[in-house]
Design a protein around this ligand. Structure first.
Ligand code: SAM
Length: 257
């Protein structure tokens, strides 16, 4: 997958992309990410990318012309038409389903805003507008990295074990089950204010009984989703065993109430 990111702060994007799973995917060529400095598409001596808002008011607005020139240059290099994603708190909420959908595209452009955002006419060249949450950040660089990271996990070959992506939270509309690793027991506390307690890994995970482990994980994922994100359950794709487990969990919670 090829991704072009347009920003006035290239270093904010380039540095994080040298590490971890994304860094390795870029090194291997599974992902081709090019960061474009918006100032390279200005025509004045001072490389100005922003101007005051018409009508007055606080802050500055990103000018449309450098962005249009950047998009023209990308289209000339990659081929048109472009899929252009504007990062924006006014956009559609970015979800795991959106990430999976975008991972099927061969090429996308991510636009990072700054200041008061983009001149409205930039939207004429935008395919979609995505928000990473109901809060306002100072710029689109972190949202662009969030979108890229979440999308890249669905690109075949990026995450070594594709099963892990398929089992992660949201993949089937459920939160993931709890995970444990060694040691099997660990003591915490021990100070006067908090007496020592031994935290144990659930017995079933040490049993070697794979059928029981699978069932335990299903039950834990369902009970966690029921407790924390019951809104997800309506759209979750559950197998027969999970439907039965959920019925039992709901029955047990009614009895407790
Ligand atoms: N004046 C804009 C508004 O009220 O909608 C906010 C502009 S914000 C300070 C600057 C830039 O940060 C935006 O153009 C966008 O690129 C990015 N941004 C901020 N919050 C975001 C969010 N929740 N999701 C995606 N992008 C965001």
């Amino acid at each position: 997958m090829t991704v072009d990111i347009v920003t006035i702060f290239p270093a904010m994007i380039e540095q994080p992309l040298t590490a971890g799973i994304l860094g390795r995917a870029i090194e291997r060529g599974t992902l081709d990410v090019k960061v474009r400095d918006l100032r390279d598409f200005t025509t004045d001596r001072h490389r100005v990318v922003d101007d005051v808002p018409y009508g007055g008011g606080p802050g500055m607005v990103l000018k449309p012309d450098p962005i249009f020139r950047a998009l023209d240059a990308i289209a000339a290099e990659r081929g048109a038409p472009l899929t252009v994603i504007m990062t924006s708190p006014q956009g559609r909420p970015f979800t795991s389903a959106e990430a999976e959908r975008l991972s099927g595209l061969a090429h996308v452009v991510l636009l990072c805003g700054r200041y008061e955002g983009f001149d409205e006419r930039v939207r004429e060249r935008v395919t979609e507008e995505l928000s990473i949450g109901d809060y306002v950040l100072t710029g689109g660089e972190l949202p662009a990295l969030v979108v890229l990271d979440a999308v890249a996990r669905f690109v075949p070959g990026v995450v070594g074990d594709e099963q892990s992506v398929a089992q992660d939270t949201f993949s089937r509309g459920l939160l993931n089950h709890p995970q444990y690793t060694r040691p099997p027991e660990i003591a915490i506390g021990g100070a006067a204010a908090s007496p020592e307690r031994v935290l144990k890994v659930p017995e079933v995970l040490l049993s070697g009984n794979h059928a029981e482990i699978r069932k335990w994980r299903k039950r834990e994922a369902l009970s966690r989703t029921l407790a924390r994100r019951p809104d997800l359950l309506a759209a979750a794709s559950l197998d027969d065993e999970e439907v039965q487990l959920l019925r039992e969990l709901k029955g047990a919670s009614h009895e407790r109430d």
